[in-house]
Design a protein around this ligand. Structure first.
Ligand SMILES: [Zn+2]
Length: 92
């Protein structure tokens, strides 16, 4: 009965959220604004997706950096780099 085992496997391993969805939720994740379900979905994805985990760590350190300094203290080229980074990660 192959169909029976397929069903069992499918319910044990629901499809993983796509990376684009996870990246779009990173900001809310860091602000702890996700629902419990979204949070579970995200952490499960991050458990076995290195690229999203790396994104999260970069994002997290950038956010805390931005909070700890004033923008006018930044050298112009670094300010540009940060603004490019935030543009890239903003969902649109
Ligand atoms: Zn991913």
């Amino acid at each position: 009965m192959t169909s029976e085992s397929d069903t069992t496997r499918a319910s044990r391993n629901p499809p993983r959220a796509p990376c684009s969805r996870v990246v779009a939720l990173l900001a809310d994740y860091l602000e702890q604004r996700l629902s419990r379900q979204q949070h579970t979905e995200l952490t499960r994805h991050l458990d076995d997706c290195r690229s999203c985990l790396a994104q999260l760590q970069t994002y997290r350190s950038t956010v805390s950096l931005l909070r700890s300094i004033r923008e006018e203290d930044l050298p112009p080229d670094l300010r540009q780099t940060l603004s490019d980074f935030l543009d890239r990660t903003a969902p649109n």
